[in-house]
Design a binder for this molecule. Structure first.
Ligand code: AMP
Length: 430
């Protein structure tokens, strides 16, 4: 019988990979808190209508990529394709718009899109992101970008590895003029556009710029920043000035439109070189109309999400090392050693609960030969073996073996745990 396999576009995370994920989400959470964000966990599925209204009916995500299903009660649900819609729903459901209209929320978790899988593009992938409600100032946009910068730095990505692309899409007042100009430019080229874009031209011409096939050929298309109203222009200029003052490395990218409908004014994307086609590790922007369009009061908001899978690839590409746990295997041989081995493991685990150099402690199964215990230690990747032998125990000592160095020394039973913990703490992370 063939072995089972995970569904196309999904994968198991383990080993170094899962360590990178923990590291990214942990350091991101530290940064979010530093900036005054609170964590929010929303359901993995929501009413499909929420995404239709929030993300937009004409986006690829809603048109083609959502996992939609009906539950036993006949309700139309969808696995969340992104995080913002659920956060806005929660903001309104808990009436935070009334009790705490200025609110910063962050999340981390899996998202689902039925895209064509390739390196760096999955059907189940993870994002960590934040949403900042109730502050419409350019400072909020600039702060959001600096938070993204700090998350990347805290994750260990080298300073110059990431490039921020920044643009403004204008607002409900000035975007129609841009949309008209774009439509007028695209109309004569309609026959050359892909089938999808021909349809988009009527409903949402901005999407055409985003098309992987047609976009690159439209180099002389009108750009949003040429059509900004005075307010949007002022907002954008101030954002750029704040970013320059903070020495953020960014590129003004007038053709950046983003694949979701809810953005207004500032939009941005972060890319890292060396990741191939899927080089965008994070993106976001301002979405001043979304809260209202979902039934709330007029509330400005700005947010972003990092793709954790992509950021993990970026860390790997830049050889960022995440400390692995130090593995200590406690082996036992001879009469009366099982009790001592069991107690040593318990003491060592109690002393090993620290973050910077996590510890893993395993005990050999009583009754197994020493040879098979050493094989188990090796297979498990132990760096040290603490050997509890009958003869040594009589002298109140144990043997500490460094498997990598191939050396060993006798230490007193009373000091064994301290000795191991001190040795590990003195080591450089690997
Ligand atoms: P978006 O929600 O489309 O703005 O995406 C934000 C970030 O999520 C992107 O910059 C990617 O890093 C990541 N992302 C989006 N779609 C996928 C996918 N199918 N697989 C892996 N990462 C993704």
């Amino acid at each position: 019988m063939s072995r089972p396999a995970a569904p196309r576009g999904t994968r198991d995370l383990f080993g170094d990979e899962v360590r990178r994920f923990h590291h990214i989400e942990g350091r991101a959470a530290d940064c979010f808190r530093l900036y005054g964000y609170e964590e929010l966990r929303t359901p993995v599925f929501e009413n499909v209508e929420l995404f239709r209204r929030a993300v937009g009916d004409t986006t690829d995500i809603v048109e083609k990529e959502m996992y939609v299903f009906e539950d036993r009660g006949g309700r139309a649900l969808a696995l969340r394709p992104e995080g913002t819609a659920g956060v806005v729903r929660a903001y309104l459901e808990h009436a935070w718009d009334q009790s705490a209209p200025v609110k910063k929320l962050f999340y981390a978790g899996p998202m689902f899109r039925a895209e064509r899988p390739q390196a760096g593009r999955y059907r189940e992938f993870r994002q960590t992101g934040g949403e900042f409600f109730g502050n419409g100032s350019p400072e909020a946009d600039a702060e959001t970008l600096l938070l993204m910068r700090d998350i990347l730095a805290a994750a260990g990505l080298p300073k110059d590895a990431a490039v921020f692309s920044v643009n403004s899409l204008g607002c409900a007042r000035c975007r129609p003029a841009f949309r008209d100009a774009l439509r007028a430019y695209l109309e004569p080229k309609k026959a050359t556009l892909c089938e999808n874009c021909q349809r988009r031209l009527a409903v949402n011409p901005l999407r055409v710029l985003d098309c992987k096939g047609d976009g690159p050929a439209l180099g002389d298309a009108p750009v949003s920043t040429d059509h900004l109203c005075a307010d949007c222009r002022g907002h954008h200029d101030r954002v750029l000035a704040l970013l320059r003052a903070a020495s953020l490395r960014f590129v003004e990218t007038p053709r950046l439109v983003r694949g979701l409908d809810y953005y207004t004014r500032t939009v941005f994307e972060v890319t890292v070189a060396g990741l191939g086609a899927q080089d965008a590790i994070g993106a976001g922007g301002r979405y001043d109309g979304l809260v209202k369009s979902l039934g709330g009061p007029d509330t400005p908001a700005v947010g972003f999400a990092f793709g954790v899978d992509r950021l993990a690839r970026a860390l790997e590409a830049h050889r960022v090392v995440i400390p692995a746990p130090r593995r200590v295997f406690i082996a036992q041989t001879g009469n009366g050693t099982a009790d001592a081995a069991f107690r040593l493991a318990d003491e060592m685990r109690a002393g090993g609960l620290w973050e910077s150099a996590p510890l893993a402690v395993e005990v050999g199964a009583p009754g197994k030969s020493l040879k098979s215990q050493f094989r188990a230690a090796d297979g498990w990747g132990a760096a040290w073996v603490l050997l509890v032998g009958e003869e040594e125990l009589k002298k109140q000592t144990v043997i500490l073996k460094d498997l990598r160095a191939g050396s060993q020394r006798e230490v007193s039973l009373a000091r064994a745990v301290t000795e191991v913990l001190e040795t590990i703490a003195a080591e450089k992370p690997s």
